[in-house]
Design a binder for this molecule. Sequence first.
Ligand SMILES: Cc1ncc(COP(=O)(O)O)c(C=O)c1O
Length: 435
Amino acid sequence: MSDQLAIFGGKKTVTETAPVWPRFSDEDIDAATWALNEARTKRDFISASFGGEGLEAFEGDFAKFLGAEHVVSVNSGCAAIHVALMAAGVKGGDEVIVSPYTWGQTVSPILQANAIPVFADIEPDTFNLDPASIEANVTPHTKAIVVVHLFGGPARMDAIMEVAERHNLMVIEDCAQADGASYKGKRVGSWGHLGAFSIGNGKNLAAGDGGMVTTNDKWLWEMALLFGHHPSRQGRQLEDPELREYIDSCCYTYRMHPISSVIARSQLKHLDEWNAERRRNADYLSEKLSEIPGVAPPDVAEGGEHVYHMYPMTYEPEEMDGLSREVYVKALAEEGVGVSAYVKEPIYLRRRYQEREYFSGNGLPWSLGKREVTYAAGDCPVAERRCAEQEMNLGSTAWYEDCTELMDQIATAFRKVAENVGTLKEREGELSQEN
Ligand SMILES: Cc1ncc(COP(=O)(O)O)c(C=O)c1O
């Protein structure tokens, strides 16, 4: 291998590629084919209006997997969060505390519920909500907390539940990136009052578009069915006489397609083994990166089991002569390591929040608020610094098989860039201008 950086004409370091994801085994394909054959005689294998055999078997298996009592399957992670908020009793004008350092779809459902997002800061190590900052943002109008387990790493749920209990708040976990992760021996999605999962777009359980709402509370499960499913299923399964009054009045019929549920059920059997392999690859890479200047591997909350849906790192410019992240990332890209900032700007600094311009410009949901909630630079300094200077992310990882060779090559690329910091620094001006 030449020591010259690829950005200056040297040889590219990374030649290995990650396995293809999502992956569908013969077993998954057989399961989907079986379901389609069943659909010739049983309608509930092609539409889940009534719930049905395929869908409810998956819900049962996922509940067991999670160690939760109840599951309602829906058509996306975003829908799952929306249903969970509605089930939790979040009403127009209520405040909901949430991380500004996340995928936008953690927050969109709060707006869909006409509630007002209030952003608390993150921890510099886990990148998830800081329990102390949550507490500092509680007001008499706060109704709930939406806690995201970003990148597959668990938030400190014990401390967060303590804050919630002190202030009588509902907790909804956004587990879209954390299928199968756990904290202190308990799966994420079973800590809060409600959990919300995604099985879409390359998630660790990637069966097709879909999501799950999870809870240990029968009444919340009935509420989730009431908002998320077809009135036919509600009529069959709701028991609470008061809730039955609402059947067919305000439901989003966000039901999951039965074929997705059948594929998800088939894949669920392998989720733990895939996650263990993701963890093994990530730990191996972290060990190597921890010896290289300029980059810090991700931390995990003590007692947490990360599932590395993504692999986030921290750029340390002070160890790289102050080289800009932009040029560092360019040099890595030429070596074959595609690294980018996943969250480019904290959610509250985005234009729509600054202008409060959602839903046809009627000022909703903020016009329903009981006090003025402001969004300003400096609100969440840890999240702001991370977005502006520190974050580097390898994106969705797909490391569910042995990727040792790829991990070695990635680490070699980081080392090569670190060893050539002098040359990069000399030509920094020129490199930052190039597209
Ligand atoms: C953190 C987070 N929350 C929610 C969602 C929404 O999930 P879905 O795309 O299934 O609606 C995503 C999707 O990527 C996500 O990453």
